[in-house]
Design a protein around this ligand. Sequence first.
Ligand SMILES: O=C(O)COP(=O)(O)O
Ligand SMILES: [Mg+2]
Length: 229
Amino acid sequence: MSQWANIKAIAFDLDGTLIDSVPDLTAATNATLAECHLPEVSDALVRSWVGNGAQVLMQRALSYASSMAEDSTELQVQLEQVMPRFMHHYGEHLQQHSLLYPHVRETLQQLTQAGYKLAIVTNKPYRFTVPLLTAFGLDELFSEVLGGDSLAKMKPDPMPLQHLLQQWQLDTTQLLMVGDSKNDILAAKAANVMSIGLTYGYNYGEDIGLSEPDAVCEHFADIGKYLQS
Ligand SMILES: O=C(O)COP(=O)(O)O
Ligand SMILES: [Mg+2]
């Protein structure tokens, strides 16, 4: 029997896997930088900084923009001071430019109809995660939603996946992690569960195959091929 046949539940990453959220993350980052009199950053740079939660994103943006500022000696912008501003801006415009990737909704619907239990395991703060899922009409498909601040540790730590295993009384052969980042694959390996890496998302500009997930998919709909095999 194929190891895929054991899978009963699937944990999905959010940013770069279900939703292309970089345009709104860039807008919130730039609104925050502008308030600090710092230069704007590009979508492409933000894409390479997403993956470790909102605080690390803003930390990377601040250190880059400070280094690009004309007179960086005068600028001593503190992360703790700007985080509330970033959270405010992003919360105001969570879904202005962000889009679902192709075939996400119907593939998730097919998986729930086939009996799989679905969860979100994201490093995005929880307070943004549920409204974003609701805005895209996906919230009802997930039995559990874990944000980057829901537990003491976030991916690549295995804690969120271990929490799901315990919550759902599953053994490690029954859970699959699907994500676009090495953090997703590292978390899966540390929790000893299977993983699928997606090539179209954000992975610091690196090939997700280098993290050696159990399978690599170019399109979201392709994950169904493994699960139905
Ligand atoms: O918010 C982030 O940094 C990444 O979020 P993700 O875990 O859903 O990719
Ligand atoms: Mg991701």
